[in-house]
Design a protein around this ligand. Structure first.
Ligand code: NAP
Length: 459
């Protein structure tokens, strides 16, 4: 039987689903898979993107772990594609590669004042509170009033983590430094800024409802934002999620303020115009927004009515953006590796920006394929499409000079790369659980890469 050796780069849900589907697909070849991950732990955005107080979504780790534990797939953690292993290395050792590296940085926002001290990208804050080993362990939270720009689930995550009582996070895996950082927070008011209306939000109902149930937090709404025009009514009637979202807002509009010590304000029809600096310190002090009005078809127009929202910190949560990968084409406009149904395409030298020619042996799946939209589950159908192409493209596979599975281990060892494997992950997992047990918590996440590597080795 013909043998297919596939490398997958990125051990998040996208990469692991692709591995799972490759092993399960009906096929006439024997498949062996190696999964490369730059971090010492797998699970990508589930471990380093999902908020710690979302145990249901964090629980996806269990099904991902089952895939890895089946033994069809070898894991090489702490291996960075582009430096520790190159495209040329992959061509010499595999028949094909699937990149599943996701989208981990914030989309740019062109806004006067965006460069001021106190202005942050949501992804950086997420990386801090999720204990990403490559990010600083300190995060100052001196602001009493904070603005979060965006009406998606990431904006809700940021706002919730800012207003939530740190002790209510002790049932989660948050690292110690994050607990201490949140305890030192001065925040009393968080303002969520949406440039369009309540019926154009990207929130999902479950995540929205959750912020209304937080301990010691009042929700503040402007009733004027809920005088829907025909287009908003149509959106609400044609979308079940929006119907539920509308019910949630309505129930909040009926609520009395409880005098809670923290408040979450929703500002709709508020287009960010400028982040204003404090005259003395030069850091952010307010977000100026322009009131917008519905244009009757889901968009908005400016009204010329400006107001200032106090904000000594401003977070932009306006979507993630993919990062280029060494030696691969990249669509700078969309932040993805250009592809047709997961088959990577090359830039057309005669018309730059047009990606026409398929590159044999190179595939993508997940957010680096389709952009940073959709929930984790959507990644499965994405992987299915990519995997089908990998299996059907036998005539275009690479012809590796070192197909022996041990050759990759030898290569990494020769380069002095301290890679981890699935046993290493089990060791780290046990270590984190033990850290938690010692203080009556389920788990405490390890942040330092060195400590992760030591724990992986069972030291
Ligand atoms: P998103 O859902 O695309 O939301 C981005 C938000 O930013 C939109 O409200 C958008 O408004 C706004 N925005 C974009 N450009 C803007 C600008 N220049 N000025 C003001 N506002 C701007 O992105 P996301 O929140 O990063 O989420 C990414 C994906 O991850 C989504 O599928 C999300 O559901 C998922 N996710 C899920 C969870 C969960 O707990 N289930 C948690 C986090 C993320 P417009 O609509 O007007 O463009």
């Amino acid at each position: 039987m013909q043998r297919l050796r596939v490398a997958i780069v990125g051990a998040g849900p996208a990469g692991i689903y692709a591995a799972d589907l490759l092993t399960k697909a009906e096929r006439s070849v024997q498949v062996s898979i190696d999964l490369f991950e730059r971090l010492p732990a797998p699970y990508g955005l589930v471990r380093y993107g999902v908020a710690p107080d979302h145990p249901r979504i964090k629980g996806i780790v269990n099904s991902l772990r089952e895939v890895l534990d089946q033994g069809h797939t070898r894991v090489f953690g702490n291996v960075n594609y582009g430096t520790d292993i190159t495209l040329d290395d992959l061509k010499q050792h595999y028949h094909a590669v699937i990149f599943a590296t996701g989208a981990i940085r914030d989309a740019e926002l062109q806004l006067p004042g965006i460069e001021l001290a106190g202005v942050h990208g949501a992804a950086d804050f997420v990386n801090w509170y999720d204990g990403h080993p490559d990010y600083p362990t300190e995060w100052a939270l001196p602001a009493e009033s904070v603005a979060v720009i965006g009406n998606g689930n990431v904006a809700l995550d940021i706002a919730r983590m800012l207003v939530k009582r740190p002790d209510d996070l002790l049932s989660t895996e948050i690292p110690d430094n994050v607990y201490r950082g949140l305890q030192d927070s001065a925040v009393t008011d968080v303002h969520i800024i949406g440039r369009r209306g309540p019926m154009q939000v990207k929130f999902t109902p479950l995540e929205l409802r959750e912020v209304g149930e937080l301990n010691d937090v009042d929700i503040v709404l402007n009733p004027d934002d809920f005088n829907y025009d025909e287009s908003a009514k149509l959106a609400q009637q044609s979308n079940k999620q929006l119907l539920v979202i509308d019910r949630i807002f309505n129930s909040w509009l009926q609520r009395e303020q409880s005098g809670a010590s923290r408040r979450l304000h929703f500002h709709f029809y508020a287009r960010p115009d400028e982040i204003l600096p404090d005259a003395a310190s030069g850091s952010a002090t307010a977000l100026r927004v322009e009131r917008t009005a519905s244009d009757g078809s889901g968009g908005v127009v400016g009204t010329g009515d400006f107001r200032e929202i106090p904000a000594q910190q401003v977070y932009r949560a306006i979507g993630y953006f993919g990062s280029p990968l060494a030696e691969l084409p990249f669509d700078e406009r969309r932040g993805v590796v250009p592809n047709v149904e997961g088959r990577v395409q090359r830039d057309d030298p005669t018309s730059p920006g047009q990606f026409n020619e398929v590159l044999p042996g190179i595939y993508v799946t997940g957010w680096i394929k389709r952009g940073p939209i959709g929930l984790i589950g959507h990644t499965k159908s994405d992987a299915k499409e990519t995997v089908e192409h990998v299996l059907n493209d036998a005539g275009n596979w690479w012809n590796p000079s070192h197909p022996d599975p041990h050759a990759v281990n030898a290569l990494l060892e020769q380069r002095g790369i301290h890679y981890t494997d699935i046993e290493g992950w089990h060791n780290l997992d046990t270590y984190e659980v033990a850290l938690g047990e010692a203080v009556g918590r389920e788990r405490i996440k390890v942040v330092s890469r060195d400590e992760m590597l030591r724990a992986s080795k069972g030291e």
